[in-house]
Design a binder for this molecule. Structure first.
Ligand code: LLP
Length: 417
């Protein structure tokens, strides 16, 4: 198994000490099942790699924002990378320290900025001049000083899917170094209610190599030196997120390898190392368990129709992403099939033309590596209730999100009558 805390015992699949069938029978399907041990281990891998050096590890909430998962990070002492007022609210609800939050995103609304200034977040990752002016005005209104880090777009290709590349000049993210330099000239006179404390470069997601990070960090380091010569001192060097996980046969860099490449550059500058990993922390912490509804034999194809769909895990439809699929109970005989959901779209598939143990109605399948951008990107398309989520710790499983009901779905509309 590519997911360390999932294994086969006999012919059945387990998450830590809990059988996937047992969990599915107790809570129904589709069901996201997460390993707490995996998440803690991943966080600690970064802590270990950065030991002895000033650092601040943030977890990118967007990858998986269940408050019980956020609690695990809060207990580890993690900071949080947020991108909305909703995510800030979740961090608060989970008992996370808002003073350890960094806030990214090109479109922060006035309300969102106000709540983050009040929560005294560590810094706003600023992406444009109008945004800077808005944060300054809101901080002034509140009689506060807000900390900011400029997000610089280093124009580096992260060699990942186009939709999740963010550090190229054609992408909407960040400021050019020239623009950032212009902003920082006379900054304290222009922006009396802001303090510039850092620099951020986030170049993309599912990045397997250390090289694009190094290129981006070197470019940003050069910029830091230039700023220094002009009298601007910044404390935080934020490399963003993006470290890859294994979905299929990737061989991604480890946190230790990444840190080894970039930390010398940052430590030379004497700055605090900040990172904002999401997928690395939770991607391989979960599987999506789903039940076979029908096996449909067409003349030239066999379809295994399951009760999970693109509304539960949109990555295959959106990015043609590869997710391994395993039968919860292994079988000797196999067949070639498409694994598809019940939604009325041809994009509603998990895998096409795959060799799968010969399952039938009522059998369970597990869609692997579903922890990051799985539940968080799910929707109610086709008026389907969103899935339940379960957290496993050793032999114990805890429901951390109950399955939605039709009543939940209708509530926002019925209350408008
Ligand atoms: N920091 C910033 C500013 C980001 O925009 C992101 C992700 C992260 C950190 C965390 O990146 P990670 O470590 O998870 O790669 N839905 C896509 C991924 C979108 C990533 C968006 N930004 C997917 O399913 O592949």
């Amino acid at each position: 198994m590519k997911q360390e805390y999932f294994e086969r015992k006999g012919n059945a699949l387990y998450c830590e000490g809990v059988g996937l069938r047992e969990a599915a029978e107790k809570f129904g399907t589709p069901l996201f099942i997460y390993s707490a041990a995996h998440i803690k281990e991943r966080y600690r891998n970064f802590e270990e790699a950065l030991k002895g050096y000033p650092h601040h590890i943030c977890y990118a909430v967007k990858a998986c924002s269940n408050i019980h998962i956020l609690e695990l990070f809060a207990h580890e002492g993690s900071g949080f990378d947020i991108v909305s007022g909703g995510e800030l609210q979740r961090v608060k609800e989970a008992g996370g320290d808002t003073k350890k939050c960094v806030y990214a995103g090109v479109g922060k609304s006035a309300e969102e900025i106000e709540s983050a200034v009040k929560a005294e977040i560590l810094y706003f990752g600023v992406e444009s001049v109008p945004e800077l002016e808005r944060i300054n005005a809101i901080a002034a209104k509140l009689g506060r000083v807000a900390r900011i880090a400029l997000r610089v777009n280093p124009d580096v290709d992260a060699h990942t899917h186009d939709y999740i590349t963010t550090g190229k000049s054609e992408n909407k993210f960040g400021l050019t170094a020239d623009k950032a330099e212009e902003i920082l000239k006379g900054f304290s006179e222009k922006y009396k209610n802001l303090k510039a404390v850092g620099l951020q470069v986030h170049i993309g997601s599912q990045i397997t190599e250390t090289k694009p990070y190094k290129t981006a960090v070197l470019k940003a380091a050069e910029f830091v030196l230039k700023l220094r010569s002009q009298g601007t001192e910044l404390k935080y060097f934020d490399i963003g997120g993006g470290l890859a996980i294994v979905y299929k046969d990737e061989d991604p860099a480890t946190p230790a390898e990444l840190v080894k490449e970039v930390l010398p550059i940052i430590s030379e500058l004497g700055m605090t190392f900040v990172c904002e990993m999401g997928r690395y922390m939770v991607g391989n912490a979960a599987m999506l368990v789903t039940k076979v509804e029908y096996v449909k034999e067409n003349p030239d194809k066999t379809f295994v129709i399951v009760d999970a769909a693109m509304n539960d895990l949109i990555r295959p439809a959106l990015y043609e992403a590869y997710h391994e699929i395993a039968a919860v109970e292994d079988k000797a005989e196999t067949f070639v099939c498409d694994v598809v959901g019940p939604v009325c779209e041809s994009a509603d598939f998990f895998r096409k033309d795959m060799t799968l143990p010969k399952v039938g109605e009522g059998d369970l399948l597990a869609v692997c590596s579903a922890g990051a951008y799985g539940f968080t990107m799910s929707s109610n398309y086709n008026s389907r209730n969103r899935a339940a989520e379960v957290l496993v710790e050793g032999d114990e499983m805890t429901l951390i999100r109950r399955r939605e009901t039709y009543e939940d779905q209708l509530n926002c509309e019925k209350t408008c009558r």
